[in-house]
Design a protein around this ligand. Sequence first.
Ligand code: NDP
Length: 333
Amino acid sequence: MNEVQLTIDEIKSIARDCLEGHGCNAANADAVAEIIAMAEGDGCHSHGLMRLGGYVAALKSGKVNGLAEPFTQQLAPAVIRVNGDSGFAPLALKCGRQPLIDAAKTNGIAALPLVNIHHFAALWTEIEPVASAGLCVMACTSYKPVVIPAGGSKPLYGTNPFAFGWPRGSSPPMIFDQASSVVARGEVMLAAREGHSLAAGVGVDADGNPSTDPDEVLKGALLAFGGHKGSSIAMMVELLAGALIGESLSVEAAVRDNNDGGPPQGGEFMLAMNPELFGDAQGWNARAERLFEEIVAQDGARLPGDRRYRCRREASENGVRISRSVYNKILEL
Ligand code: NDP
């Protein structure tokens, strides 16, 4: 058997126990375990249990504060900054989420810059609760330089994911969440672990030659999706999650990082908007639903997020199959 069957609760408690065993307090361990379990439940294995090794390495090396006590600062009526106290991002996000929602509901728009955090997660886990509270929301974060700017030759950008969520009343929100690279680095790590090759055009080896070998691409660099267009999105993420909020660019984060395999220290940017306060309180929802209906009416087209929601329904009934190699690594930890 190359797979192990686990329930979402089992995944969460394995992750929580492991993190507590390596120095996280209950609040930090619980926040990280929750997003790991969410990722596994939604079929996003590259951001699930596979990441525990990196989280643990960052605790062991002392880079990340497992006892972090994030705190908020109101910088302006609609700008709430969270300082993550050098902990993992999930607890900082929990701390800032309700103040962001409240400020956006009141002001129409509000921003949540997060600084002094270590980010290793899938962004949809973070914006879904905000969209479910009735807000449009977007988020982005940088990493360490692994993506070459279009036309260039050296990694400069992180894989810099950008996510957008749209509220749909009592239905799950529409969410897309994508790296600015052709694929997320987690997918390359997963391919390396499971022995698959990559599609052509994903990355290059350490000498800059195109490669489909995930181990070689991990030593080399990834390419931005859509050439110069994805490259500009990656640049925007560096500006929003770095320059705008007083946090590091990916190149700066790399200089400070101890390369223990865990996430570097950096920032995240989140923006929320209240559709009730943008001039069409009666019509915004119907117009958006019309768009969604027209998308799914086309053969072969679907809404982003629908694959995850389908996985979630299946996982809540049948649990999740985890690769044996990932499971064995967790047991070692
Ligand atoms: P994918 O390319 O797998 O998917 C990107 C988005 O496109 C998803 O929202 C997906 O929805 C949607 N999608 C995929 N296929 C279709 C389709 N045929 N029609 C409509 N929508 C579609 O994701 P990436 O590899 O780019 O990123 C994976 C994850 O990695 C993200 O969650 C990201 O946040 C995370 N990441 C985190 C980083 C960090 O530093 N913390 C760095 C980089 C990435 P669905 O999920 O439903 O398939």
